[in-house]
Design a protein around this ligand. Structure first.
Ligand code: ADP
Ligand code: MG
Length: 143
């Protein structure tokens, strides 16, 4: 387990970029944290680390957004609005999770039964006692 503390969005973005630079094909990152905590900021850093230039936002109307232009495919899931697991089956999530790109799953705690055996969990939390822009980012590697 590793804990990183950030005090600006730029620092969170830079951490994401570092993980994007290190990512290997087939890896899965999950992203846990409340609304407004910085999941999208972090994800944009990851995309930058993969050398993706098109803008990356939360996939609001689709569960998964695919970016093909970077160092490897980037499969960006946001499962916040998912109704049930069948929706994931319909998308064919396994082709992504077990594919040759980097998979990033926001709100992955909503689909625990679908997560692969190996993945990195990135949890972002606020602590208002430490300031409005403070974030504690905990990385757990499950393998
Ligand atoms: P989420 O995707 O988790 O809902 P966003 O990434 O869209 O959250 O928004 C996070 C907001 O918090 C942004 O407005 C960002 O500028 C702000 N922010 C302030 N401090 C930080 C920090 N240390 N890390 C990330 N975002 C921060
Ligand atoms: Mg978001």
């Amino acid at each position: 387990m590793k804990i990183i503390e950030t005090n600006t969005p730029e620092e969170t973005y830079a951490l994401g970029r570092k993980l994007g630079e290190q990512a290997k094909p087939g890896q899965v990152y999950t992203l846990i944290g409340d609304l407004g905590v910085g999941k999208t900021v972090f994800t944009q850093g990851v995309a930058n680390g993969l050398l993706i230039e098109e803008p990356v936002n939360s996939p609001t109307f689709t569960i998964v957004q695919v970016y093909e232009e970077g160092r490897m495919p980037f499969y960006h899931f946001d499962v916040y609005r998912i109704g049930d697991i069948e929706e994931m089956e319909e998308i064919g999530y396994e082709d992504y999770f077990y594919g040759q790109g980097l998979t990033m799953i926001e709100w992955a705690d909503l689909i625990p039964e679908l997560l692969p055996e190996k993945y990195w969990e990135i949890k972002i939390e606020k602590d208002l006692e430490k300031g409005f822009d403070y974030r504690r980012i905990t990385i757990n590697v499950f393998s």
